[in-house]
Design a protein around this ligand. Structure first.
Ligand code: CA
Length: 224
């Protein structure tokens, strides 16, 4: 899984410089010149991290960050602020990190990697392990008790999501949002179909019991 970084920067030359360096470092990059553009991109492709210029024409970076934090889908989105040194006001506006201009591309990439590792190790491409299940997003492999398990792409994403969000109850609508992305045309019972397939794939190892049905609500993945 390649992390997607959204670059929000109104100066074309800086936006391009950021995009080139990030692509070179192996990230997928989407670019926006305004907060409004950024918002519609966030709806279309939920990025893993937003690199946000603080001084934007129209809606400011601060205002955009506030709106992102207020929306359930983007609430936990990782953000790094980018701004002039003399405008630095600490991290009180709620970003996960900040980088001042002028920036060194090397340092910027290192900082982005550090934020991803610290806050979202699964996005940084590191393997996740729950009990006897080991899932490696980089190789797309799932091992249970050391044996490979074959999963369809949706079941893989579903398991990945469960393993990185254990013990929480997820409604079908939330799962559609998080695992399927924009889901306007998908019915909620589709979730049940893929849960059934995932359980079947894990059944031989007994690990299917981790997927608990929470009556009237949705599903929970047990991490214990
Ligand atoms: Ca700017």
């Amino acid at each position: 899984m390649i992390p997607i970084v959204l670059v929000v920067e109104d100066e074309p030359a800086i936006q391009e410089l950021l995009a080139i360096n990030l692509k070179h470092a192996g990230f997928r990059v989407v670019q926006a010149g305004t907060a409004e553009e950024a918002e519609s991109l966030i709806r279309a492709v939920l990025p893993d991290l937003v690199l946000l210029d603080w001084m934007l024409p129209g809606q400011s970076g601060a205002a955009l960050l506030k709106r992102l934090r207020a929306d359930r889908r983007s609430r936990e989105l990782l953000t790094a602020r980018l701004h002039e040194e003399d405008k630095l006001q600490g991290l009180e506006a709620g970003a996960d990190d900040y980088v001042t201009k002028p920036f060194s591309p090397r340092e910027l990439i290192a900082r982005i990697r550090a934020v991803l590792r610290r806050r979202a190790p699964h996005v940084a491409g590191e393997a996740v392990e729950v009990g006897n299940i080991m899932l490696n997003p980089a190789t797309h492999r799932v091992m249970v008790n050391g044996q490979p398990v074959e999963l369809g792409p949706t079941e893989f994403r579903l398991l990945f999501f469960f393993m990185t969000h254990v013990e929480r109850v997820h409604t079908r609508a939330q799962l559609l949002d998080e695992v399927w992305g924009d889901h306007i045309f998908i019915e909620e019972r589709t979730v049940d179909v893929h849960i059934r397939r995932l359980r079947a794939a894990l059944e031989a190892s007994g690990q299917h019991e981790r997927i608990e049905t929470v009556r009237g609500t949705g599903y929970r993945f047990s991490g214990g």
